[in-house]
Ligand binder design. Structure first.
Ligand SMILES: NC(=O)c1ccc[n+]([C@@H]2O[C@H](COP(=O)([O-])OP(=O)(O)OC[C@H]3O[C@@H](n4cnc5c(N)ncnc54)[C@H](O)[C@@H]3O)[C@@H](O)[C@H]2O)c1
Ligand SMILES: [Zn+2]
Length: 405
């Protein structure tokens, strides 16, 4: 038996934000990030619509990218004092994920962050509030997923909270919000979406329902991402749907070790100057992980099917997998994303010398590999890496060397 869960309502297309006008409730809290939603007028519009619906509205502003446990706890306290019956999160993956975790703490004030991280172990939510997510980036699809990613900065580790309880009640997928994304964000979030779709398709938890969504998302992303990056707004709008389809797939089929590795490297080198941005980490690791996973016959077959849907050619399965890897690397080039950590420079752009020094990487490698194996996403990866294999794989991601094991 398997379960397939999505938000009850997904409002999509231009102008979908206006649906907030029809919400029923007394009090709504709006959770939002550092300023882009305010700058482009979307926050004000959301607030106005909710007020038109007769609700008292409070804002929780300034949620940082890759939100921290502290931000979650602070926001939950505001919710406890205000008592909303709607939580509306608007922005990229960061404010929406933070709001999901705040929601848990709001409904169950005694819950600790550790409790939240027990996979599929959350108590029933919706005893106090319902949740609406309005996405402004085309990547994480957190508006439809059962996940929230919160960073423990003391440990330098990102933790996924995973439970269908935090799948939003309502998702609003309005492409107008994504049109203001800067190029770099389009590239990173777009490759995040591609990784979601491919990992979901080869996950051990895949099923007929998720396969259809994943494959269609892959085809759309292949067709639209690079054009969207170059400024084609029709393709930009399409990408907003494509990433959402990928999200519906992976929320139910789960992910794999590309995400385990991205979660555990993302904040691991913050003391050396920068985060490895989630989507960029995925884009760099995905080709390496495909080469590693393709040693599993079922996964290899599935990568071959993906290559066929993408019309990449190739006579044998081995050739198809190679062509898929080559195609994804070319996408990284087109999107100005580096191929490896040692070339990962400022703002996630390719650089002669990346910001993570070799000796620091090697010193931290065993711990990062151990944490990546323990990440919840490893459970549904088609091939189970040992500690030694994970270390080797991460080294290939650092040096951009071939995966031949
Ligand atoms: N919950 C999930 O299922 C899931 C899946 C993948 C990733 N994640 C997590 O989501 C986070 C990343 O989210 P993200 O990639 O959406 O970015 P983000 O939310 O961190 O936003 C990045 C930056 O882009 C700006 N921004 C957002 N929308 C914009 C717009 N339309 N125009 C201009 N600027 C805009 C923000 O203000 C911010 O400065 C990471 O923490 C990642 O681990 C979650
Ligand atoms: Zn992701």
């Amino acid at each position: 038996m398997a379960r397939f869960t999505l938000p009850r309502d997904i409002y999509h297309g231009k102008g979908a934000l206006e649906e907030l006008k029809n919400f029923k409730g007394k009090k709504a809290v709006i959770c939002v990030g550092g300023g882009s939603m305010k700058r482009f007028g979307f926050l004000e519009r959301a607030e106005t619509y909710l007020k038109k619906a007769g609700m008292e509205v409070k804002l929780i502003e300034g949620i940082e990218p890759d939100p921290s446990v502290e931000t979650v706890m602070k926001g939950a306290k505001i919710m406890q004092e205000f008592g909303p019956d709607w939580i509306v999160a608007i922005g990229g993956g960061s404010p929406i994920d933070a709001a999901k975790a705040m929601w848990i703490k709001y409904e169950y004030p005694d819950t600790t962050f550790e409790d939240m991280c027990k996979v599929f172990g959350l108590p029933k939510l919706r005893t106090k509030a319902h949740f609406c997510a309005v996405s402004s980036t085309s990547g994480t699809a957190t508006e439809v997923t059962a996940f929230s990613i919160i960073t423990d900065y003391e440990k330098g580790i990102k933790y996924p909270i995973a439970d269908f309880e935090i799948t939003p009640d309502v998702a609003i997928v309005d492409p107008e919000l994504a049109e203001t994304m800067p190029k770099k964000l389009v590239a990173h979030t777009g490759m995040d979406a591609m990784t979601h779709a491919i990992e979901a398709y080869v996950s051990t938890a895949n099923c007929d329902y998720t396969d259809a969504l994943a494959i269609h998302a892959i085809e759309m992303i292949q067709k639209d991402l690079v054009g969207s990056y170059k400024g084609d707004m029709v393709k930009r709008d399409k990408m907003h749907n494509a990433q959402c389809l990928a999200g519906m797939a992976f929320s139910n089929a789960l992910l794999g070790i590309v995400h385990s590795m991205a979660h555990k490297t993302g904040a691991a080198f913050d003391d050396y100057g920068a985060h490895i941005i989630h989507g960029a980490a995925n884009a760099m690791y995905l080709p390496k992980v495909i080469a590693f996973n393709a040693k599993d016959p079922d996964a290899k077959e599935r990568y071959g099917i993906i290559a066929d849907y993408m019309h990449l050619g190739g006579d044998s399965l081995t050739e198809k997998v190679q062509l898929l890897i080559k195609y994804l690397r070319k996408m990284n080039d087109d999107l100005n994303i580096p191929h490896s950590i040692n070339r990962y420079g400022k703002d996630g752009l390719p650089a002669e010398e990346g910001f993570v020094p070799e000796e620091v990487f090697l010193e931290r490698l065993p711990e990062i590999a151990k944490n990546a194996i323990a990440d919840a996403c490893t459970l549904s990866n088609p091939r189970k890496p040992t500690q030694a294999e994970m270390e080797k794989l991460l080294k290939c991601c650092y040096y951009d060397t071939e995966v031949d094991f």
